[in-house]
Design a protein around this ligand. Sequence first.
Ligand code: GDP
Ligand code: MN
Length: 395
Amino acid sequence: MNLHEYQAKEILRKYKLPLLSSKFYENNLINLETDLKLLKGPPWVVKSQIHAGGRGAGYFKNKFNNKGGVQIVNSAHEVKKVANSMLNNTLVTKQTGKQGKKVNRILVEEGCKIKKEYYLSLLIDRTTSKLMMIVSSSGGVDIESVAEKNPEKIKNILFQDIKSFYIKDDLRKILDLNEDQYQQLKIIVNKLGKAFVELDASTIEINPLVLDESGKFILLDAKISIDDNALFRQSELLKLRDLSEENELELEASENNMNYIKLEGQIGCMVNGAGLAMATMDIIKEFGKEPANFLDLGGTANKERTKKGFKIIQSDSNVKSVLINIFGGIIHCDMIAKGIIEAINELNFKLPVVVRFQGTNASEGRKLINNSNINLISIDDLTEAAKKVVELSNK
Ligand code: GDP
Ligand code: MN
């Protein structure tokens, strides 16, 4: 579960981390003028709150002033004008996709004179199962392009002792800090580490962490993701969930114990098991097409869930053909076949569907598919099935 920047900052403020004062607005700008009197400025920074990074370098669909989702402004009048134009406007960034995201929330923050921008994030390193910090002295810009062009500027550091957040590496040298800056950063890292553990976070990303003109570290941006598996014991955080930021189909799937991720391609996929789903997507790409989604029905898929999965795939208008790839273990292929046939009849689904069954009751399942008299093709071999579904998507 992702948090908004304003939510993340509110939480980090409780850890007494160095943040600038700010005010948050939802759907309207009531009290903006009086609030501004309490915020140091000008300049102020007006920040669109959406669940996507790259806002600064993004653009608005109506291009009201040809600037991005984070704007530095120099008068109260201009704060109001910019914030007003951002609200209800659609912001497109590298991470939103072309359709962009509608801005319903705005954060207005005190401006800051930046001397240097750093990147700092915390996450779990899955290889060592340890808390890891990623730092770079090339912050501010998107870290993906630093990773691509100057990978030596990014350093991964493992926490050796989680209780004291002890790290072996010398942050002073890595980030070229003086003693005072180093002492400040040590405290920041310690507090962020504590927050990470207490919040059951999967990521905390501060980009940029800046040194201001007075030589003080400040967290200018903050992104926190909470581990979904821990939400059962993070009821306060769960209240911060913004469902309007989540894909409707992905939500519906997760409510039905399926794992669905919408992608940009044209071939719908319905598979049981995450590994098999990945392999299915790979083989579609191998034949020159892109999958429309990742959909894992799960190891305990039944007829009802198959029907739900079908409905979800059907609601994606990009889909041109569908590949169903089921390996029967606990689940029975004939039961899935019945679900598929019922779903197609009920939904009046017109697109071609290729079904590949292996494992438990595969031959019974194939028989049902072949005798169904609807637009269904059963192919036993995955390579052949993928080839066919790609061919059908071109018609
Ligand atoms: P993102 O683009 O979605 O990651 O949004 P950020 O909050 O990181 O803002 C983008 C950029 O705007 C930052 O990297 C900073 O360079 C700049 N920025 C944000 N706040 C301030 C500020 O208070 N003063 C100045 N001068 N720049 C800021
Ligand atoms: Mn940022």
